[in-house]
Design a protein around this ligand. Structure first.
Ligand SMILES: NC(=O)c1ccc[n+]([C@@H]2O[C@H](COP(=O)([O-])OP(=O)(O)OC[C@H]3O[C@@H](n4cnc5c(N)ncnc54)[C@H](O)[C@@H]3O)[C@@H](O)[C@H]2O)c1
Length: 426
């Protein structure tokens, strides 16, 4: 078993730390946010992530997991240090590596002799070298180990991954990092750093492409009178295609796909390739936000100004409280800009916080959200929305119109309750 340090306790770092402790390693997690660290020490996790709080409690109780302020303290006894800090979009679209560089500089003087530093943050090709330069520690090997977890099922994805990818120039360091995952039944792909870094960006760009593709097909379905649900089953039954990630919706977003797609376009540009396909994927996605906002506009008679819209969902997808680059937020902002008044309900939003559009009213339950609404708009696929009784909703709304951007609700049931139901691609 190894002694591990994890720098950054966000969605990726906290999941990595808690899961590695669960696998038997001794893990010290560090963050620069002191209040986050004191909450974590008390076993309270600052994010919504299924099963994570239990794993943190387990790790704290058996002494394998601890939390400290600052990377320097975390790494003094470690064999392996993971960098799990943000890599936001820079001004020119490329990934901003300043957090990674700063974290590397902070830990460099405190790393034990011949420790290994792992880039788990999503970083462009060549970042292993960037970290090596920031560390200035020739005895320390830098390895790439990109993370593929999905928010909302992060623990499950970490413990039952489709694969583990390790990229290193040094075989011994690669094997040491791979051995952290010995307790998991999965395929371990050991490669060079550039390939590991490319795998991560290529995977995210491909998933974004699938989503934009199916949203484009959904738009065609609306024009020709086809039903996207049947089209997806028909297409997805082909084993070469598969149904996964072919669900039409309000567009894709979240903390990774938008910034990683733009970063890959930049990486391609620097490599001398004009990635027009990915430009198109992003453009289709932006159009999708507009298409959904226009559907709402059309549904209320062509003019949103002064209309009341009830919005179900702000998180970028179900199972997470993450509002970063959420399609729901992008669409809510378009509705607000057109003069609509918005009341929103999301199970993870009980008060204004970063990412919640200014000027919305926050409701405490889905029915209350619909009071006096001219239209109901479903933007996040929270399971609980499926079970709301449309008859109860009908008693509080002004009009019976629902725009279901997730094709989540049972259309027949809502129509029976008197609602005009508009989905995506049907
Ligand atoms: N969120 C995801 O679903 C996901 C999935 C795969 C990969 N990634 C990648 O993983 C990386 C982290 O993403 P995230 O969503 O966990 O970010 P996050 O914003 O949730 O968390 C980052 C944490 O790092 C801390 N931090 C920043 N600088 C620090 C420093 N010098 N020392 C210690 N702590 C520091 C911040 O306070 C924060 O708590 C990004 O590169 C992201 O692209 C994210």
């Amino acid at each position: 078993m190894s002694r591990v340090a994890v720098i950054g306790t966000g969605y990726v770092g906290l999941t990595t730390g808690a899961c590695l402790a669960h696998l038997g390693h001794t893990v010290v997690c560090a963050d620069i946010d002191e209040s986050k660290v004191s909450e974590l020490r008390a076993g309270r996790i600052p994010i919504v992530e299924l099963g994570l709080e239990q794993l943190v409690a387990e790790g704290l109780a058996d002494g394998r997991l601890s939390f400290v302020v600052g990377g320097a303290t975390a790494v003094t006894d470690c064999d392996i240090a993971f960098l799990c800090v943000p890599t936001p979009q820079g001004d020119d679209g490329s990934a901003d590596l300043s957090y990674v560089q700063r974290a590397a500089e902070q830990i460099a003087p405190h790393l034990p002799h011949e420790a290994i530093v792992v880039n788990k943050s999503t970083v462009p090709v060549g970042s292993t070298k960037v970290v090596e330069r920031a560390l200035k520690r020739p005895d320390v090997r830098v390895v790439s180990n990109p993370e593929f977890l999905r928010e909302g099922s992060a623990v499950q994805d970490f413990l039952k991954p489709d694969r583990v990818v390790v990229g290193a120039d040094d075989q011994a360091a690669a094997l040491k990092v791979a051995s952290l995952y010995d307790g998991l039944t999965t395929r371990v792909i050991i490669t060079d750093p550039a390939s590991a870094e490319t795998i991560k960006y290529a995977a995210n760009a491909f998933l974004a492409t699938k989503l934009s593709f199916i949203n484009a097909i959904a738009a065609i379905c609306e024009g020709v009178g086809a039903d996207i649900n049947d089209v997806v089953v028909g297409m997805g039954s082909d084993k070469r295609i598969g149904e996964s990630f072919l669900r039409p919706g309000p567009g894709w977003g979240g903390s990774c796909f938008p910034k990683d797609s733009r970063a890959l376009i930049k990486i391609a540009e620097e490599a001398g390739y004009d990635f027009q396909l990915l430009d198109g994927v992003i453009a289709v996605n932006d159009q999708q936000f507009d298409r959904v906002a226009n559907k709402v506009r059309t549904a209320v008679g062509g003019e949103l100004s002064g209309k009341r819209a009830a919005v179900w969902g702000l998180a970028f997808k179900a199972g997470t409280d993450d509002l970063r680059d959420s399609p729901a937020v992008a669409i809510a902002e378009r509705l607000l800009a057109s003069g609509a008044r918005l009341t929103v309900f999301d199970p993870t939003v009980d008060r204004p916080r970063a990412g919640v559009p200014a000027g919305v009213t926050i409701a405490s339950d889905p029915i209350d959200c619909c009071r006096d609404a001219d239209v109901l708009v479903v933007l996040t696929e929270w399971d609980e929305f499926k079970w709301v009784d449309p008859v109860a909703v009908a008693t509080v709304t002004t009009s019976r119109i629902v725009v279901d951007a997730r094709n989540l609700l049972d259309r027949t049931q809502w129509q029976k309750a008197g609602f005009a139901h508009q989905g995506i691609g049907r």
